[in-house]
Write a new protein. Structure first.
Length: 148
């Protein structure tokens, strides 16, 4: 058994762990996945024609690669028409320092600006911890058999 005096406890440094900063690439991948869409399905929606399908697939894969950021607003608009995400959240993740990033679930990419919508069309968002929404936390609990 470890014993700690009240003085030692009071002087101990409190260590908090902040979630790693979410990248814009990861945000896009999470939102696409949360929408239930594959890269190919999104490519079909944004490609101008069948000849451009391969290029569209490559673009999406590239934008979901760490370090990549969309340069053109038209690209963001096309992706936004294919699956729900907030372009302002994307831009903030791409251009602001981590301490200015919005709070985003690291499992599904939801935020206050793109929350979950339940079966009744009501937008919901609550947090289980700094980096996980309650919906993803509950899903993980069910999947692992760890019920709260």
């Amino acid at each position: 058994m470890i014993h700690v005096s009240p003085q030692q406890l009071a002087s101990a440094a409190v260590v908090t762990t902040q979630p790693r900063a979410l990248t814009p690439a990861r945000y896009l991948a999470l939102r696409r996945s949360a929408a239930g869409m594959s890269i190919n399905a999104v490519a079909v929606m944004i490609a101008a024609n069948k000849r451009d399908l391969g290029e569209a697939r490559d673009l999406i894969a590239l934008l979901e690669t760490p370090g990549a950021v969309a340069r053109r607003p038209e690209t963001i608009d096309a992706l936004r028409n294919a699956f729900p995400f907030d372009p302002d959240v994307y831009r903030q993740l791409a251009s602001e320092p981590a301490e200015r990033h919005p709070r985003v679930c690291h499992a599904c990419g939801c935020s206050a600006w793109d929350p979950h919508v339940d079966a009744h069309g009501i937008e919901t968002l609550d947090w289980a911890d700094e980096a996980t929404c309650t919906r993803c936390d509950n899903a993980a609990s069910i999947a692992t058999g760890r019920l709260r």
